[in-house]
Design a protein around this ligand. Structure first.
Ligand code: BV8
Length: 254
């Protein structure tokens, strides 16, 4: 029996939403760090537990923070990468992947997350707004032509180009950086064309991703928020479900 989460504010019961999703030609799912919480990956704001608790994530996740202390930031990402590699998709990821397999082309995942759990669960076409934590790239375009591929690596510090000293950095979008070319445009298009938007596990604090719920609503979509806590974009939702991704997504999607 699917959980009957406490409704908050306004909204339709689960059965009505499941019927609406059954009839939806296009579904857009905007996910944030809460989507991966039940896979054991701390949410972005909780990511700084223990050793990292005295740092500001927005500072660590920035070029300025990296240049100020490359070893510290590289160590934070190394710890998070280990967590992603140890994690497995949860029932919420599995429900989204299964739906995409049963109904090809009807569901688009737009994720703020930098883990690969949606892809491992079967949503290969997930639009990654904030990049991929498992990917490396150069901090600057390597000045040598052809680009030098000889790296020097000191344990605990980011690898560097042996010729020009350029740093390797994680392939994520830092605060103050533009989103990947095409990702935001694809996300906007998915939000504008969808009949239902599920907003799962995001505080709605980070822009421009947070603007996608309002864009979907203005495009005529029925917007549903799945989050055990209030978020900064609850007002954009027609329905707010106070529950978790792993509880509710299997109950909503069939
Ligand atoms: C940019 C990669 C152009 C790195 C991340 C207006 C427009 C444009 C930009 C801005 C703007 N206002 C401010 C800005 C600047 C900035 C911004 O948004 N700042 C915030 C802090 C105010 N935005 C940018 O810099 C973006 N770039 O716009 O470029 C530009 C440039 C300069 C100036 C102007 C414009 C780039 C932002 C990308 C940053 N990179 N990630 C890394 O991961 O290390 S963002 C990072 O935070 C993660 O990706 C994370 O996903 C994201 C957002 O947080 P959430 O996903 O929502 O996670 P959070 O922890 O906050 O919340 C978790 C939620 O889950 C909670 O609500 C909780 O209740 C819920 N939950 C918990 N458990 C569960 C659950 N839900 C369901 N089930 C559960 N089990």
């Amino acid at each position: 029996m699917p959980p009957t989460p406490e409704m908050s504010g306004h909204g339709a019961p689960i059965d009505e939403l499941r019927e609406r999703l059954r009839g939806a030609g296009s579904i857009c799912v905007l996910t944030g760090a809460g989507m991966s919480a039940e896979s054991g990956i701390a949410t972005f704001r909780d990511a700084l537990t223990g050793l990292w608790s005295r740092f500001d994530p927005a500072q660590l996740a920035s070029e300025e923070g990296f240049r100020a202390d490359p070893a510290l930031v590289w160590g934070w990402y190394a710890a998070r990468r280990d967590g992603v590699r140890r994690a497995a998709p949860n029932a919420g990821h599995v429900a989204l992947g299964a739906f995409a397999r049963r109904h090809p082309g009807r569901l688009t995942v737009v994720s703020q997350n930098v883990d690969d759990l949606h892809q491992r669960a079967g949503n290969a076409g997930t639009i990654r707004l904030h990049g991929d934590i498992l990917e490396d790239r150069w901090l600057e375009a390597c000045k040598r032509r052809p680009a030098c591929d000889t790296l020097t690596a000191t344990p605990g510090t980011p690898p560097r180009c042996a010729e020009c000293g350029n740093f390797v950095r994680p392939g994520v979008v830092w605060f103050g950086e533009m989103l990947p070319a095409g990702a935001l445009e694809a996300a906007d298009a998915a939000a504008e064309r969808c009949d239902v938007m599920l907003v799962v596990g995001t505080s709605g604090a980070v822009w421009p991703a947070a603007g996608l719920a309002g864009r979907a609503r203005r495009g005529g979509a029925h917007v549903v928020i799945v989050n055990p806590q209030p978020s900064e974009i609850d007002d954009e939702a027609h329905t707010v479900l106070r529950g978790t991704a792993a509880q509710l997504l299997p109950a909503l999607l069939d």
